[in-house]
Ligand binder design. Structure first.
Ligand code: NDP
Length: 341
């Protein structure tokens, strides 16, 4: 069976691809933006013959996936759409975030309907950002669950990069649910809405000075100065990347997940909690990095929306990795790579 995974250079996609290939049950076709990136991904996966890479240059193009799906679509059994920009290169949020998020989702879905008659399931990587508005980060009276939706208008979304991302993910997810209905798609749809994703990069070669946006929170503390103050605005919910990848793979085989929105959160994090873990688990860093204030986490952890994802947890049926493990594994990899640099 063959799984198409969009965005094969991505932090999350690489873990999904690794788990698919490690299972020896699947062949994977992954998309990357150019041949230089394809070469690196192939090298990282040890030139695994069950992995093929194809070029999809820019999600913004409304026919971005057409030629690839026209050519290979008949061989696909499952489509996992993960590719999406997270950060904007400049203040053109429409061009850099919103258009590629929406057009990319629209086009890959339409191309699946048109050119991939054997696909049984489409899994969209949406986000917790599609389930509430940014102000929920300052409102502890809100509880978000699998039925919750963000409601920003385009105008509100264009205020800053963070809001644009919320708007982009909400709109892209809405598009996919709407297309599933309006195109009468033969295949099933599951949407995964992860909170902040932590954990090691799939390959040490992906550890660079700056990490992908979610893991950069941890990386920045590893490279902080003792005098740096605690950052009260760094807070939220998290999931380990390996659990997220496992959930994505489970979507392929587990019929209970059909038609669901899965809200992936293992619990809360904040800057102080992560700093505590790093200072406790890595004595060699103590005194060299920020440590914040004792007890500084309590108030912060009670200052934002709560999550009720018991439905998701019951459906998936496995324990999520805790913050200590996720942060420790992330830091261990960073230090290992830096020690050999
Ligand atoms: P990465 O930035 O590591 O990966 C993003 C992927 O999308 C890369 O393969 C990237 O290609 C590709 N991409 C981005 N913009 C374009 C574009 N315009 N055209 C073609 N390809 C593009 O992010 P993650 O792995 O963290 O995120 C993957 C998915 O998970 C996204 O949909 C994101 O919204 C979602 N998500 C992530 C969370 C997190 O905390 N990390 C939380 C919730 C959801 P390239 O490498 O060439 O730039």
């Amino acid at each position: 069976q063959t799984v198409f995974v969009s965005g094969a250079t991505g932090f999350i996609a690489q873990h999904i691809i690794k788990q698919l290939l490690d299972s020896n049950l699947y062949k994977v076709v992954g998309s990357v933006r150019n041949s230089v990136k394809a070469d690196k991904v192939m090298r990282d996966f040890g030139n695994n013959t069950d992995l093929t890479l194809v070029i999809v240059e820019d999600l913004s193009n409304l026919d971005a996936f057409d030629s690839v799906f026209e050519k290979h679509g008949a061989t696909f059994d499952y489509v996992l759409h993960t590719a999406c920009p997270i950060l904007s290169a400049d203040n053109d949020f429409q061009k850099n975030l919103i258009t590629p998020a929406i057009n990319g989702s629209k086009n890959i879905f339409e191309a699946t309907v048109k050119y991939a008659p054997n696909v049984k399931k489409f899994v969209q990587t949406s986000s917790y950002a599609a389930m509430r508005n940014p102000d929920a980060n300052h409102n502890p009276n809100i509880t978000v669950n699998e039925k919750s939706w963000g409601s920003l208008t385009l105008q509100e979304g264009l205020q800053n990069g963070w809001s644009a991302y919320f708007y982009a993910k909400t709109s892209a997810e809405r598009e996919v649910w709407a297309l599933h209905k309006s195109l009468n798609a033969r295949f099933l749809l599951t949407v995964i809405n992860p909170t902040f994703v932590f954990g090691p990069q799939c390959f040490d070669s992906s550890v660079s000075k700056t990490l992908n946006s979610s893991c950069e929170i941890i990386n920045a503390i590893v490279h902080s100065k003792p005098s740096d103050p605690p950052q009260q605005d760094i807070k939220g919910n998290f999931i380990d990347v390996r659990d997220l990848a496992r959930a994505q793979v489970q979507c392929i085989t587990d019929d209970k997940l059909n038609g669901q929105r899965l809200l992936l959160s293992a619990g809360k994090y904040c800057w102080q909690l992560i700093a505590n873990i790093i200072n406790t688990e890595f004595p060699e860093l103590r005194g060299k990095i920020a440590k914040g204030e004792k007890g500084g986490d309590k108030q912060v952890l009670n200052s934002f929306a709560k999550i009720d994802n018991h439905v998701t947890k019951e459906l998936l049926g496995f324990e999520f990795t805790d913050l200590e493990t996720s942060v420790t594994d992330t830091v261990q990899q960073i230090l290992k790579v830096e020690a050999t640099a």
